[in-house]
Design a protein around this ligand. Sequence first.
Ligand code: GLN
Length: 264
Amino acid sequence: MSTANNASTNNSATPNNGTVTASKELAGRTLSIVNVYQSLLGIYGDRGNAMVLAERARRRGAEVIEHVAEPGSPVPDDADIYVLGGGEDGAQTAAVRALAADGVLARAVERGAVVFGVCAGYQILGETFTVGHDNAEREGLGLLNAQTVRCDPRAVGEIVTRRRGVTGNDALITGFENHGGQTRLLAGTEPLADVIEGVGNGDGTEGAVKGTVYGTYPHGPVLARNPALADELITVATGVQFAPLPIQAIAALRAERLEGHLGS
Ligand code: GLN
């Protein structure tokens, strides 16, 4: 896996009242992004993750195809990035059933596409998860070596983590978590980050990465709050490293979110 977070040169991107002229590292390329089951896995504005990926790729010169897939219709089989958001227990169970029947995400991972799941979307990428008042264990999609079990109390609040393998401000991930499940990672899957504040997986780690499959708990949407993570996903999907894409408003919001957590 490669990361885009440490690009240190910035040749042509210039902040200018929110208008950005970016480097065009993706000129001539097409990037296809699927927002998976927006009606089931779309609480907390997680659809914004797909929008952020699309916009950041466009500013790098890519032609972006965006697709919103819903249960009952096949999920496109040829996309570069699949994005799943959070959802209540019932919706989460319905989503995993439909996705398992479709099989599209397993095929996508097989051919190297990126799958990015948030909260419920993260939990269903694992092997098993428990949901509902009866703590029934359900089968996940098995794309991450991870098992999610119910825990008390529910994890609700701001979360700040540090992305493993990334240095500086880009490593810091902020978001809002709200989940009753905690996730244990098994051999073959690595944490995405280490918790600075909040709960995450429940053992000091947060999220998971296995090849091109990513899971994480923070909402926000998390890719709007943490553009370096968004760029990492686009880099993994395309193999292209990027110069930073400075956007003043995002930098200001990010500084505000991190203030008080780290004195930065
Ligand atoms: N139902 C899951 C849980 O509570 C996920 C919730 C969510 O996506 N916010 O753990």
